[in-house]
Design a protein around this ligand. Sequence first.
Ligand SMILES: Cc1cc2nc3c(=O)[nH]c(=O)nc-3n(C[C@H](O)[C@H](O)[C@H](O)COP(=O)(O)OP(=O)(O)OC[C@H]3O[C@@H](n4cnc5c(N)ncnc54)[C@H](O)[C@@H]3O)c2cc1C
Length: 471
Amino acid sequence: MASPSTQYADTAVSEPGSDRDHVVVIGAGFAGLEVVKELADAPIDITLIDRNNYHKFQPLLYEVAMAGLEADDIAHNVRDIFRKQPNVQFRMGTVAAVDRERQRVQMADGAAVAYDYLVVCAGAVTHYFGVPGAEAHAFPLKNIPDAIKLRNHALRQFERFDRDPVAAGEGALTFVLVGGGPTGVEMAGALVELFSTLEGDFAHLDIQEHARVVLIEMQDELLPPYEPSLQQYTRETLEQRGVEVRTGTVVEHVEGTGVQLASGDWVPTQTLVWAAGVRAHPLADTLDTPQQGNGAVVVERTLSLPDDDRVYVVGDMAAAEDADGTPYPGVAQVAMQQGRHAAHQILALRDGQERTAFTYRNLGQMATIGRNAAVGELPGGIKLKGVTAWVLWVFIHIAKIVGFRNRASAFVNWMYNYFTYQRSARLILDMPSASAPRASALVNGSAEATPQDAEEATDASPAPAPTAQAA
Ligand SMILES: Cc1cc2nc3c(=O)[nH]c(=O)nc-3n(C[C@H](O)[C@H](O)[C@H](O)COP(=O)(O)OP(=O)(O)OC[C@H]3O[C@@H](n4cnc5c(N)ncnc54)[C@H](O)[C@@H]3O)c2cc1C
């Protein structure tokens, strides 16, 4: 691999305007926000870089995709989050590489940002495990454009079916979800609820007869990390609500018209959602350091790189382990706690103190199955299921969303949906596609694509190109 220093000609190198140490944080996700907050009172300068000007609450992306919440309920402007923290500057832009030799972060636009300490937390990207056709035809769910594209597509399928059920084709209203982890389970439950709302919108169509949700999981049970009685409850609840659960099932290949299973079954569908796996963000490949098979960066127990105590990798990009060698799960709490830990290590290093090993404090895990049903495993061996777990899930998620306005708005939307049995955000909002910058403007003949468009195009995750999808 060519060294980043030879690949990029810097148009400008940003240095902080003071003699204080400069910490650069890549990614304003769960980990990045915690790093910055933890350094609020330190006599250092911080530059926080993100390709978007907002932080997003990924655990509720499925609610945006399933028309339960608006996108701006789960996203918050980064500049607003740090409005009252004078030692941080936000820079919106895409990081292309890290040049450890010259202690610089290379931006996609050719500029560079110098650092004394670096925290890399750019998260993960969808991993298709080489399943033929998956990347081309499946819908990923990693960011807000993904969620809106999926919502547009799902609602449009019903509009097509309404216009002409025959032309809409076999599988038009079959939604296949690959991956029986929390995202697949939560989305399956939400889809069934969306179907009931749409029964009111399309009263003349027999939606119950045509609409299907098929949830596919390679392992023998849903929610693999949960205790068996909670897995069983999850499966039974989904099945009672009409979801076809197919565990122990491997996807062989995906086409625009359906999915081929290793069992020999062919499931006709025009909507396949890939919730089956992630790998570390490809920025990890530029760090020139050992990585695991899924791209995650091998870090020491302090969370720094093995040969560089000024560079920390945390959250979904890090292959961190506890004292027994057990890898930490890719969840928000791990990312947040690791972010805080990295901040403390930087301060310790700066002050000539000894650094310490990261230890994860497990606060438990929860997943909702839909209205009045959830499962949870809490500290102290407490297991919850049903309505109590669901109420707790709602309140925990409301509390964790960043920003008072977002919390209030999500709460109002959820309460409205709960009491009216609606999914209120049933809007088809077309966006210019990433692969066709400013498509709408170009169609109107009013604009040409600009370099900024090209950078914006790199910000979105690879756009799915399901042949059946004409978003
Ligand atoms: C659909 C879904 C549902 C989930 N549900 C749950 C759940 O219920 N509970 C749970 O605990 N966890 C859940 N997770 C996992 C959780 O969201 C992640 O573990 C967590 O977000 C990891 O935090 P992070 O800071 O490492 O990365 P992220 O939160 O993903 O943040 C990465 C940031 O880096 C930015 N970025 C990426 N590339 C670049 C670049 N090149 N230049 C500049 N900026 C860049 C991104 O814009 C983003 O803001 C879910 C994840 C998904 C996708």
